[in-house]
Each structure stands twice: as structure tokens, then as C-alpha cells.
Design a protein around this ligand. Structure first.
Ligand SMILES: Cc1ncc(COP(=O)(O)O)c(C=O)c1O
Length: 377
């Protein structure tokens, strides 16, 4: 094997993604590559669709992984559903809500936003008020805002939209696999995720799911989907039906990895997995507290899989992260946007969400953090 690959040493991935990948998933990635129309491969594609539907608790026939990372999933959802001047409401309380606004604006949609303080959740009453003033083709929100560590009240927002002629779009990039999602029950019409967070597969695929109402909206378009690669009306012909039509060459081995990781999740069981995330999160919060480190987000809306921790005054953000990586082979993330330099983002996603990883990080922080760092915030 090439020198550069030989020198790679495992890192405990405790940042905002990617997360640690189980050995059996890495092995799955290295299985022999098949042709993208090979019947054995098509069997795997069908199994993946079934696994995704089971874990998202949806009956949506149009449920499949898009080739590309979470951002490709985001782009795919907007590009298929939005036409020029379509009224869209985006709920923003972090970087990824802002990114949805950017994507929708590039499509010349009529974009309204409701902004909430970063580090706090979307306020449902404010959404209700806005919906009583104007009707929208689509309302979009990020379930788990990775930039701040906040869980948004998706099911409550969904219940405001259920009886309206409005599509509800949810970014589940960080939430899927780490906390419950009841897509149909919560009234979610469109959802995208990514493989590298709580699904613990390397980055490269983005599961998406479209409800019958979302498919009807796609079919009712008066203009062509402006992006050929992400046009679901074409991609569908490869993922569905007896005869599969070539669209683009599927990332075969990545799909083996996804199939394996979803199999592991189903084997362990959702309830146990969500419990494991909560246990690791509570352990981390307790241990950080003993070190004098405080959480950025109120306990009522904290993500278990992405912990935003205030950096104590006088402590050098980048130096600590560099030393964790260099000396202890642990990766954690820094803050984004207005929270850059103010928080660390500690991921406990998927396979990473285990007490031994929390202990390892805490031991490393004990050796790195200055013994006396002035008043902790
Ligand atoms: C909530 C959320 N949405 C979208 C994305 C974009 O995903 P990717 O970086 O895989 O393209 C991310 C990535 O961190 C995310 O956390």
C-alpha cells in the first residue's frame, strides 16, 4: 500500500463529524466492487431502501441515498421542490439553517426567514404566528443544529404544518441514528441526512426521503429540475422498478458500507442506541463539570450527539485542539460563525458514543488544560 496511507494512525473522532467507523463497516467498504447494474448489487440497493424506511419510520417509497455528502442531500431536496418565486420559510438558529437559506435563495425562491438566537431552539409560537400571516410551499428546519448543539422541536413544528398545503423539510444530518425520528408521524415531507455522523459510515452518501405529497410537488413542476445530477425524477429510474436505468455510476463500495452500518444499527436496536447516546452525553457533562467546564446550551434542548462546551477564559482554543490531536489522537471541533473561539464541539456520534471514549477525552483534557485557568465561565 502507498506510504501515505501506511502512515495513517487511527484517531478517536469526537468532533462534529465524521465519527468513528466500526471495523465491519471498513471491511464492507473493501469488498469486491460490482457493476452498478449487477443483480447482486441491486439486491443491496433494495435492502438499503428498506433499512432506511425502517429507521426513519416512514412508508415513503422514494427513500434512497443520494451520492454525495449531507450538503448534496440538502441541495437535492431544494432543487427538486423549489421553482422561481416559490414562497419558502426557513427557520434559522445556526450555520446549517443559514446554508438552507443560501441554497433556496440561489434557486430564486421567495425566501422568508425566522431567526432565533444561536444556542437556543426555534420558538414554535413564532412559527405559528408567521404561518398565520402567509402561506408557504415549504417550511424548512434543521433538527440537530451541529453548529450550536441545539435540538429543534421538529415534531411540534410538524404539527403546525400537518393540515396545511405546505411541505415540511427537515435536515436530519446530525440527528439520524442518534435520536428518534418518526418521519410520517411527525408530518415530515422531505428529509435528508448524511452518513458520517450518527450512522458512523465515512462521508459520501446522503439518505433522502420524499413523502407522496413531496413527490406530487416534484411531478407538478412547470420547469425542469435545474440540476441534472440531483434530479430525482431521473435518479428514481435507477433506484426503482424491475428494469434499472443508468443515471450516474453509483458509489458501489460506499453503498456496501452504508448497508453494513444500517445492519449494525438495526441489530443493536434503536432504543439501545439512543440510550447509549444519552448515557455517553450525561457522563461527558458530569466529567466536564468536574473539570470546571460548562455547557453552552440549556439542558432542555441539548443534543446528546454534539456537545457545545464553553472555552474557559484564557484557554487557547486552537492549541488545546491541536494538542489533543497530536498527543492523544483525539479530534474535537471548534465553534463556527459567532461561536468560533468561544466553544468546543464534542461529538458523541454513533459508534463514538461510548463511555471509554468519554473517559479517554477527559483524561487527555486533564493533562492538557492549564491547572489554574482563572475564573471558569
Ligand atoms: C446539520 C447539518 N446539515 C448539513 C451538513 C452538511 O453536511 P456535509 O458536510 O456532509 O456536506 C452538516 C455537516 O456538518 C450538518 O451538520
Amino acid at each position: 500500500m502507498n506510504d501515505l496511507l501506511q502512515t495513517i494512525k487511527p484517531v478517536t473522532l469526537m468532533g462534529p463529524g465524521p465519527s468513528c467507523v466500526p471495523d465491519s463497516v471498513l471491511k464492507a467498504l473493501s469488498r469486491p466492487t460490482l457493476g452498478h447494474l449487477d443483480p447482486d448489487f441491486i439486491q443491496i440497493m433494495d435492502a438499503i431502501k428498506h433499512q432506511l424506511k425502517t429507521l426513519l419510520h416512514t412508508r415513503n417509497a422514494l427513500t434512497l441515498p443520494i451520492s454525495g455528502t449531507g450538503s448534496a442531500g440538502m441541495e437535492c431536496c431544494f432543487v427538486n421542490l423549489i421553482e422561481k418565486d416559490d414562497p419558502v420559510l426557513i427557520l434559522i438558529n445556526g450555520v446549517f439553517g443559514q446554508r438552507m437559506q443560501d441554497v433556496a435563495t440561489r434557486l430564486d425562491a421567495d425566501v422568508d426567514i425566522l431567526e432565533f438566537d444561536w444556542g437556543t431552539p426555534v420558538i414554535v409560537d413564532a412559527v405559528q404566528k408567521q404561518l398565520s400571516k402567509k402561506s408557504y410551499k415549504l417550511v424548512a428546519v434543521v433538527h440537530a443544529e451541529t453548529s450550536t448543539g441545539v435540538m429543534n422541536p421538529v415534531s411540534d413544528i410538524g404539527s403546525l404544518i400537518k393540515d396545511k398545503d405546505t411541505l415540511f423539510l427537515v435536515d436530519a444530518v446530525t440527528s439520524f441514528g442518534g435520536t428518534q425520528i418518526f418521519m410520517d408521524h411527525w408530518g415530515i415531507d422531505v428529509l435528508y441526512s448524511g452518513t458520517q455522523k450518527c450512522l458512523s459510515c465515512p462521508p459520501g452518501l446522503s439518505p433522502v426521503s420524499f413523502s407522496p405529497a413531496a413527490v406530487a410537488a416534484l411531478q407538478a413542476r412547470t420547469t425542469k429540475v435545474p440540476n441534472w445530477y440531483l434530479d430525482l425524477s431521473l435518479i428514481m429510474n435507477y433506484w426503482e422498478g424491475a428494469a434499472r436505468a443508468y443515471h450516474h455510476t453509483a458509489p458501489i463500495n460506499m453503498l456496501y458500507g452504508l448497508y453494513q452500518t444500517l445492519s449494525l444499527i438495526l441489530e443493536e436496536g434503536e432504543a439501545r442506541i439512543f440510550e447509549r447516546h444519552m448515557e455517553a452525553h450525561h457522563l461527558l457533562v458530569r466529567e466536564l463539570d468536574l473539570l470546571g467546564l460548562r455547557m453552552q446550551v440549556d439542558a432542555s434542548c441539548r443534543l446528546p450527539m454534539l456537545n457545545a462546551v464553553r472555552i474557559p477564559e484564557g484557554v487557547d482554543d486552537v492549541e488545546i485542539r491541536n494538542r489533543l490531536l497530536k498527543e492523544h489522537k483525539i479530534e474535537i471541533g471548534g465553534g463556527l460563525g459567532p461561536l468560533a473561539g468561544k466553544i468546543w464541539r464534542i461529538g458523541l456520534m454513533g459508534h463514538t458514543a461510548r463511555p471509554e471514549n468519554v473517559e479517554k477525552l477527559i483524561q487527555a483534557l486533564k493533562t492538557i488544560l492549564p491547572p489554574s485557568q482563572g475564573p471558569l465561565m
